[in-house]
Write a protein that binds this ligand. Sequence first.
Ligand code: GLN
Length: 303
Amino acid sequence: DYQAVLDTTLSHIQPLLLSGKVADYIPALAEQKLGQFAMALHTIDGKTYTVGDCQARFTVQSVSKVMTLTMALQRYEDELWQRVGKEPSGTAFNSLTQLEFENGIPRNPFINAGAIVTCDALFSRLGAPIYTMLEQYRRQSGNDKVVINKKVAQSEFEHRFRNAAMAYLMKSFGNFTNEVEEVLWCYFNYCAIEINCAELARTFSYLSNQGYCAQSQQQLLSAKQTKQLNSLLFTSGLYDAAGDFAYRVGMPGKSGVSGTIIAVVPGKFTVAVWSPGLDKFGNSVAGIAALECLSEQLNTAIF
Ligand code: GLN
């Protein structure tokens, strides 16, 4: 009974709701308040279960990296891996250091450098990159009113220095095709897509459903590509805390600095959680605890 599991999860994480700190390196995100929580689970047979404040809207932040990768894989297939690696980084999401030693090839598509280079690849193939991405979220979430929070996108762009440094460093190694500033604007808009938990679980339901999205009625990735993407999420989705997340939760997952995390049980469901208090790795404290609690109750860890 998924509803009972979610209700138990909420009571379990209550004491943690004021833990952690909201992301403050993006001024518009610093306005989020601690104490908020929502969780939604979407099964492969199309049912959504929710708990907490599921009306609350937040920006997807780094969860956008999963969609960017999906859309880039649709267009490049394995050729994409010439520009970005598949290895865990063991460093922070916004780290620059490995780029210098690895010829401008980011370790994986889920750290900022990796997502920005994937965005550059996608940018080369999309006529209207921002609109096309937004449309895709609208179709997959089932809400055609999903919008981009322009205040967040603008705020990120104004404070883009670290992300810009990564992009220019990659460009110096020849691993960047388009205008850096244009691609960054696009990347920040992808991060600033605003959604609620139920919509987010539906948007990423294809990850639990062999690449098929029932809302948009699209086969987004092949079953094999979906399995590969989930494997990479398992090893790298939570940056330098991916090992701890694997140990505690045992599901492929992806976090974002707004305090959201998606996690997947292939063949069963996709779950999305949101609570803005972050740990030092930039992952939601209550979000991880909630997924751990859910996984224990359902015994869904894939091992
Ligand atoms: N937009 C954020 C950034 O580029 C995304 C980081 C994150 O969610 N970890 O810094």
